[in-house]
Design a protein around this ligand. Structure first.
Ligand code: ADP
Ligand code: MG
Ligand code: MG
Length: 204
């Protein structure tokens, strides 16, 4: 399959639904190891992104992702706004001018997003951040030939869960040092919903 404008619109609508449904959970996770605003940040950002795209007419996926990026960057404070904004901006640039976005193109775009998180957050794998979900997803998707719903779901879940045992060395949770252990990273959890939403809009 190719990832079309309709998929891009469906994706962000589904992300927003999941974030709104799980806003309280994201807040609780951030209360445990951060400042308790991740649910608020994400729910505001993705609601604004949905509002933005619903009034527009798009000719390509790149345009949809660019509008999501600029909305998240301008409407969300904290670490997650610029980081999620960077993710969508990097993906937008990666697919600009590409006629058919197959799974290989999509996974290359994810790899660009991963580089963006690393640059912007100065983060590496294993630091208990959203990167610990995005990087395995980009890697796993690049190893298969087509969009694989189950692979996306399994990778997203296991990588999100794996952040529980990590000690945070980036973001607010890093202040807690060893005490950050035993809690799932909030940004890894919201990233899990992003990929669960992706799996939902990929049929077959
Ligand atoms: P803030 O920490 O500014 O209140 P949020 O609570 O919205 O922002 O987002 C926190 C999440 O952002 C963390 O759980 C983590 O996944 C991610 N994050 C924070 N700092 C970094 C960083 N330097 N690199 C990558 N991800 C980060
Ligand atoms: Mg926070
Ligand atoms: Mg904050």
């Amino acid at each position: 399959m190719n990832f079309e404008v309709s998929h891009a619109l469906d994706w962000v609508n589904r992300i927003n639904e999941k974030i709104q449904d799980n806003k309280g959970e994201l807040t609780s996770l951030d209360q445990a190891i951060g400042d308790g605003d991740h649910g608020i940040n994400m729910s505001r950002g993705f609601q604004e992104a949905v509002n933005k795209i619903s009034g527009e007419d798009y000719s390509d996926v790149s345009g949809v992702w660019k509008d999501i990026a600029t909305t998240l960057m301008s409407k969300v404070g904290g670490a997650s706004g610029p980081l999620y904004g960077t993710v969508f901006l990097k993906m937008s640039t990666a697919v600009k001018g590409v006629e058919n976005i197959d799974s290989q193109t999509f996974s290359s775009a994810l790899k660009e997003a991963v580089s963006g998180i690393k640059q912007r957050g100065k983060a590496e794998a294993g630091e208990k951040t959203m990167l610990d979900v995005w990087e395995p997803l980009a890697d796993k998707m690049s190893e298969v030939q087509d969009f694989d719903r189950q692979l996306i779901l399994d990778t997203a879940r296991s990588s999100m869960e794996s952040t529980k045992d990590l000690v945070a060395t980036k973001g607010r949770a890093a202040y807690l040092k060893e005490r950050s252990k035993g809690h799932i990273d909030p940004g890894a959890m919201s990233s899990y919903y992003v990929f669960e939403a992706l799996a939902d809009c990929i049929k077959g």
